[in-house]
Design a protein around this ligand. Structure first.
Ligand code: NAD
Ligand code: USQ
Length: 388
């Protein structure tokens, strides 16, 4: 297949591109390096040293003989996007290319507007470009479990059957997102659903949970092929952050009580889910939603799990409860259905001591690169500002 990966220089996009290339697909990447720009904006840096995209792709060619083509540009720039799509004529577009941090979107007005314009306009452009140039192409779009929020009922996979005043319908599951970033994903989902209906586009919205992990079979072929790993207050996700905090003896930063429950997924499973969606495309005009996570945990459970593993390795780990900088429920019901990807063949790598130990092992190698001043949270949902 010809597969176009938008956001192929990022944490998930890069290892996914390598995986598809290894399977023999013809892979192209679009990226505008916005993610590298956010690091420059705040003085953050990936824990793992990453080469630039051209160097990475050259190294991949040297290791495997396989080529990946690169289109450097911004998907909010429609002429650029249409030119890239005309040149690679993809069978499938996997769209990772958005600003993906909730705290970044909550810094203040400028970052909120940037996030929504970047994400919503980028996806809308892509929908138009698919309709105009490759109408049969399957769009696999990365959404988020955070679109649903934390309702006091079971979360279904995208749609819910509702009985109201004696009439019944299957409707999109109610959305209660918790940040301007998560809101941008809801706006995307609505636009995609609409375009599937009116233009017959085929699309899969992958409502993914929080991803953890760093290595894949392809990225370990050469240290220069590793993917980025963020631990800072803005881009670091909770389990990756707790692991980095452990190896530098920083207390684990549990926000509030720590009862916040989320869906989690290993990096390897995240890539496999995208593959399952790609290999089993949506029908013409079909808008599918898959809940892409394998297990749910609350934040305190994760902290305790990491503490336990770390202590077995001789680390001494303290758990701190910080005043929660976010506005979110800290104790709540959470039960989200996630069977569609399992039905397609996903075999989950569940979180275990062995997996946490292997994440520690990679992190230990780069321990000296950690800047501990970037860990404490400063972005506050209640106090928008434009300065971190
Ligand atoms: P990332 O920031 O590491 O990668 C995103 C990539 O997209 C970056 O390389 C960035 O430069 C590029 N990009 C952003 N805006 C662009 C634009 N306008 N034009 C071209 N390229 C652009 O993020 P990630 O962690 O790899 O996440 C990828 C996707 O998966 C995102 O859509 C995110 O919302 C979703 N997701 C991530 C997680 C997670 O835990 N990392 C969980 C659920 C969903
Ligand atoms: N949290 C802590 N301590 C920390 C960091 C986070 O207690 O040091 C808590 C947060 O308050 C939140 C939970 O952990 O309750 C998850 O936070 P996170 O930063 O790991 O994840 P989130 O902001 O939800 O965003 C991440 C990705 C995003 C993706 C989302 C999936 O950055 O791209 O969409 O996970 S989901 O959470 O399912 O919406």
């Amino acid at each position: 297949m010809k597969i176009l990966i938008i956001g192929g220089d990022g944490y998930l996009g890069w290892p996914t591109a390598l995986y598809f290339s290894k399977q023999g697909h013809d892979v192209a990447i679009i990226d505008n390096f916005a993610r590298r720009g956010y690091d420059l904006e705040f003085g953050f840096s990936s824990l793992t040293p990453i080469l630039d995209l051209h160097q990475r792709v050259d190294l991949w060619k040297k290791e495997t003989g396989k080529s990946i083509s690169i289109h450097v540009g911004d998907v909010t720039d429609y002429p650029f996007l249409t030119q890239a799509i005309k040149s690679c004529k993809p069978d499938t577009v996997v769209h990772f290319g958005e600003q993906r941090s909730a705290p970044y979107s909550m810094i203040g007005h400028r970052h909120a507007v940037y996030t929504q314009v970047n994400n919503v306009v980028g996806t809308l452009n892509l929908l138009f470009a698919i309709k105009e140039i490759v109408p049969d192409c399957h769009l696999v779009k990365l959404g988020t479990m955070g679109e649903y929020g934390t309702p006091n009922i079971d979360i279904e996979e995208g749609f819910i059957k509702i009985n109201h005043n004696g009439r019944e319908d299957v409707l999109p599951f109610p959305k209660q997102p918790g940040s301007f970033y998560h809101l941008s994903k809801v706006h995307d989902s609505n636009n995609i659903f609409f375009c599937c209906k009116v233009w017959g586009i085929r699309a899969t919205d992958l409502n993914q949970g929080v991803v953890y992990g760093v290595e894949t079979e392809e990225t370990i072929m050469n240290p220069g092929l590793c993917t980025r790993l963020d631990y800072d207050e803005v881009f670091g996700t909770v389990l990756n952050r707790f692991c980095v905090q452990s190896i530098i003896d920083h207390p684990l930063t549990v926000y509030g009580e720590g009862g916040q429950t989320r869906g989690f997924i290993n990096l390897l499973d995240s890539i496999r889910c995208v593959e399952l969606a790609v290999l089993n495309p949506a029908g013409k005009g079909e808008f599918r939603v898959f809940n892409q996570f394998t297990e749910q945990f609350n934040v305190l459970q994760l902290a305790q799990l990491v503490k336990c593993c770390g202590e077995r390795q001789g680390m001494s780990i303290k758990i701190n409860h910080l005043e929660n900088p976010r506005v979110e429920l800290e104790t709540h019901f959470y039960n989200a259905v996630h069977t569609k990807l399992i039905d397609l063949g996903l075999e989950p790598h569940n979180l275990s001591d062995t997996i946490i130990d292997s994440i520690f092992k990679v992190m230990e190698k780069y321990k000296d690169r950690v800047d501990s001043s970037k860990i404490q949270p400063h972005v506050n949902w209640r106090k928008p500002t434009n300065v971190l």
